[in-house]
Design a protein around this ligand. Sequence first.
Ligand SMILES: NC(=O)c1ccc[n+]([C@@H]2O[C@H](COP(=O)([O-])OP(=O)(O)OC[C@H]3O[C@@H](n4cnc5c(N)ncnc54)[C@H](O)[C@@H]3O)[C@@H](O)[C@H]2O)c1
Length: 369
Amino acid sequence: MSKIGFAVIGTKGMGRGHIKAVLATEGFELRGVCDVMPAESEACAKEFNVQGYTDVKAMLKADPQIKAVSIATPHWYHPPIAVECAKHKVHVVTEKPMSVTVSGADQMIAAHKKSKTILAVVYQARFQAANAKMKELVASGVLGKIHRVMLLAPGYRTNAYYASGGWRATWKGEGGGVLLNQAPHDLDQLQWIAGEMPSQVVAVNESVLHPIEVEDRASALLTYKGGATGYLHVSTTEVPGRNVIEFAGDKGYLRLEDGKLHYAKIDPGIREWTENTKEAWSRPKVAWEEIALEPPAKKGHEAVFQDFYEAIVNKRAPKVTGEDGRNSVELANGMILSSFTKKPAKFPVSRKAYDALMKKLIAKSKKRI
Ligand SMILES: NC(=O)c1ccc[n+]([C@@H]2O[C@H](COP(=O)([O-])OP(=O)(O)OC[C@H]3O[C@@H](n4cnc5c(N)ncnc54)[C@H](O)[C@@H]3O)[C@@H](O)[C@H]2O)c1
């Protein structure tokens, strides 16, 4: 079978990782690279012996053999580029977050639906064994009715990191802080493993360590339709910063920490025990187990690009569709909306309200480039 012509858009940072992943995917042929910075595009094209471009539309016109692209530009450019590619019937795998706003994500999804092309989102953490197993166990119902979820994803960045790109950490350049750049993987995991979006969020976002206009710390209380409650905390302000995801149910408990998945079977369920036991100081039996994990064949971006390739040739949905990718954007948007309005934000987030808020924030933003 002939290979699928591929181009990588945005080549400086993550784009180099995309090139590696394209080269590791047998069915793809890297034909071009595109970066608005001519020197960057030229150097990258030379390094990989392919054609270099500085404009996406011109590239797609010049080389009709490019049937698939990946996007690794700053977030605001993901929607216009993905929509342009759909117009040329080109499949797209885009970096997280797929868009800064849910309305941008809606446009990307609609454009690719119309052109019947694949829109995939890079959430490589979904391919990690522990995350996939946690998703499988929650979906199996082994926890019974879930009453609490928790995500802790405290991370760390220096001021030098924020100064490393003019687009970083401004409303104009990035459209958010930790919620849009460092935490999307964590937000994605929470909603993916839960299998549903919350119905409402109350959030407090702040900038506490870095001299930036967007949030470097965000905390939220989530409410789910079925009665579960959830809380989450993400930041770029903490060291050592251990990530934890917990799901607590009536019949079981799961905790994922540092790639290790612990399961506690609760026998009988909490409600049954509470209603039936005659012993005042008692609790149901708890049996702990560390879940054995099998490492996947491919990891990171290579796994995402292999899945993207298989989705194209088998005409199936990718593991992370545009609709899936939109959920973490929606969570982040809901948290930003709630924090600014000091009110709960309902899901789905009001596109009108969020776009209006962004417009105001951008008008006051000091993009550094
Ligand atoms: N999946 C992950 O784990 C992961 C990790 C890092 C970054 N990312 C994502 O990758 C994206 C890029 O981040 P980065 O750190 O590589 O940024 P970067 O600044 O290092 O690189 C971005 C490149 O895009 C180019 N560019 C800007 N606008 C463009 C346009 N309209 N057309 C073509 N090229 C354009 C820039 O010139 C630059 O070379 C972000 O959305 C980020 O969230 C994802």
